[in-house]
Design a protein around this ligand. Sequence first.
Ligand code: SF4
Length: 300
Amino acid sequence: MANTPHLALADVTTSGDGTNTTKYRFAADEGNSVESVLLPSLEAASVSTQVGCRMGCRFCGVGESPRVLRNLHAHEIVAQVLAMQTSANTGIESSPPSIRNLFYFGMGEPLANFDNVLGSMEQFHRMGIERFAVASCGLVPMFPQLAKIPLAIRLFVSLHAPNNRLRSELMPINRQYPIEALLEGILEYRRSSFLGQPVYVNYVMLRGINDSPDAMMELGRLLEDYRTDVIVLLKLFNRIDTLPLRGTSRRQIRRCVRVLESCGVCCHYTESYGRDINAGGGQLTPGSPFTAGEEGKRGQ
Ligand code: SF4
């Protein structure tokens, strides 16, 4: 069908960080691009779900110029993984990748494109992929729909602040669905989802903004009643050239982990693979219409 939107593989880059993390850039039909990441060490692929994103998160290159050109169709989400597998047969990769985990961590808010995400998930499942992870900025009304899917889906939710004032500054969605609603949604998801496992709470560490010991204590108090329902991931911020933000040092992040642990909160420090090729968390780029030729970067 001539008018069926499709993605064309435009570029493949492999990291030199020892993990063989590989970034795939696809030209979308509007002349924009989306990116996906193959993570061989995790037997995982991370896919994009939208061309652009309208959520406007302040720490994200995509969110810097908030707009969404369109949702990706289910077949375009699947095509990102098929291209990873096909490229192995064309000599770009040395052997076919093993993909057992599918992450919806790429560009866009997956729950704002729910039907296509669900359609792609069903296709991936038919392809033998059994484990899924979905990252959301906090589109709370969609959590129950995600919970109804009878597949092994881990939910990752962006928090990034210990209070509504700061979270609203960083993430406009907080004005619609503030922290109280978010935590209630997390609780419901944990209770009703197929896996019934704790929800991962992403917290990107921004120097001088959300990373003080006081902020960690406030976060610990906030999560006091949710300690068995969430696992906090304190994340190293991958610098974005177009944004005036700096990341917290690794040393300070480790201190913050200890503060949260002293509050009884399960907490881990995480870093991205493929940072050297801008494939890490927060580093995928939507292409020139958003970033005027600069490397824009996104993050959940
Ligand atoms: S962080 Fe995610 S939800 Fe927020 S603007 Fe970027 S892509 Fe959209």
